[in-house]
Design a binder for this molecule. Structure first.
Ligand code: T4K
Length: 373
């Protein structure tokens, strides 16, 4: 089979219709408001609370600043229990707050923080847990809630991948003290760059809004050492337009995921993740595990082979965060402490998934994978 003529990337951002975006740009030109809680910013916050089914949302210029600010909002210090199987921004947000990440292993089925291993990692310095809904698959919410209540720990969910994900019709963003979202161009919903913090009460929403605007509460009053993490009007308008078609975008992703699963389900040595009953998934990523004991090549060889065929999968999240120089000296970073995460990072490969991906292209990608057996 001939390789793809043009590259197939792990994802492709959605773009709103250009004419519609021009209309919004015209309005911005008329309003003369480019940023600082402008009308589109307010409209997008409102639209997102409705769409996501959450009480309060505060828009950010990116997900990383949302994470950093979430930790500031709750005044988290000391040690925070988190997962090594995530994008580096998760742990970096702790580092930027002078907090020590304590890595705990992940579950073999969801690739999320394993609640059964959290308690053993709690010390007198532990103040919070920062789990990640990796690939949009919800963490074990009930178990994490119970542990946090027993030990009086805050929970900040890194929900960068979990836009629109629901458990029994309730947004996963309603769990924990705070959740953060990323609206980066590579995400299910994007504002080019962007992010948000979801919170559950008005006072916290106000604190977050002050913190993302240098700490200003009015023209002359600065109540805290805030940062500049505001989303601007152009990004907000982009988001408003994309939100109109978000359900159909998720539906198209779902068809891609189902196609992959159907074609790969019997391939020896290849493991897919499947839908969980009662969960509304968003199909943000399509990870497979390549087990070289049963599949004729390693994950890296398959990655290279696909690349030769113009298919650019990604090894999210390899290396583990705990293997990067900033973190690899920590006691909790020892591979013996993280056997499941170490195995998953070695085997995982995210295949292309995005709304505009043709199902015939999914067939071609799978054909290359299957032909090796
Ligand atoms: N927490 C978690 C769990 C996260 O995954 C992330 C971000 C964060 C926190 C932090 O949120 P942000 O501060 O980023 O809002 C990407 C993203 O930059 C990053 O947002 C994301 N997670 C991470 C998982 O992936 P790269 O370096 O892998 O992206 P890049 O530029 O290689 O893009 C991947 C492919 O997408 C490209 O090969 C082609 C395609 N693409 C990409 C862009 C940007 C396009 O077709 N068009 C584009 O404009 O990090």
């Amino acid at each position: 089979m001939a390789k793809f003529d043009s590259p197939i990337y792990v994802t492709r951002p959605d773009f709103p219709p250009l004419e519609d975006f021009n209309e919004y740009l015209k309005k911005i030109w008329e309003n003369k408001i480019l940023t600082n809680n402008g009308p589109f910013h307010q409209e997008l916050e409102h639209a997102l609370t409705e769409y996501l089914g959450v009480k309060y949302i505060s828009l950010f210029s990116n997900g990383t600043l949302a994470l950093i600010t979430a930790l500031q909002t709750l005044r988290i210090t000391g040690e925070v229990i988190t997962t090594p199987f995530s994008f580096v921004a998760t742990s970096h947000s702790l580092w930027w707050n002078g907090i020590k990440p304590v890595f705990v292993d992940i579950e073999n089925d969801s690739f999320n923080l394993d609640p059964q291993r959290i308690e053993a990692a709690i010390t007198p310095k532990t103040t919070a847990i920062m789990p990640v809904h990796v690939y949009g698959n919800p963490c074990n919410l009930d178990a994490i809630r119970k542990i946090s209540e027993t030990y009086g720990l805050k929970v900040i969910y890194d929900a960068a991948h979990a836009f629109g994900v629901k458990k029994r019709d309730d947004s996963v963003l309603n769990m924990g003290d705070l959740s953060i979202l990323s609206f980066h161009a590579t995400k299910v919903f994007n504002t080019v760059e962007g992010g948000a913090i979801v919170c559950h009460d008005e006072k916290t929403k106000m604190q977050i809004d002050h913190l993302k605007n240098f700490g200003f509460t009015d023209e002359l009053t600065v109540v805290a050492p805030g940062i500049n993490a505001k989303m601007n009007e152009i990004q907000s308008a982009y988001g408003l337009l994309l939100l109109k078609n978000i359900d159909s975008a998720i539906e198209k992703r779902s068809l891609v995921a189902q196609k992959y699963r159907g074609l790969l389900k019997d391939v020896k040595g290849i493991r897919c993740l499947y839908d969980i009953k009662g969960i509304r998934h968003n199909y943000s990523y399509f990870p497979i595990l390549v087990d070289q004991n049963h599949y004729p090549m390693t994950r890296d060889d398959l990655y290279g082979l696909l690349k030769k065929n113009n298919i650019f999968g990604r090894r999210y999240f390899f290396p583990l965060i705990s293997n990067f120089p900033t973190y690899n000296g920590l006691d909790s970073s020892r591979p013996e402490n993280l056997p499941v995460a170490t195995m998953v990072a070695k085997q995982v490969l995210c295949l292309p998934i995005y709304p505009a991906l043709d199902l015939s292209d999914v067939e071609k990608i799978c054909d290359i994978i299957i032909r090796q057996v």
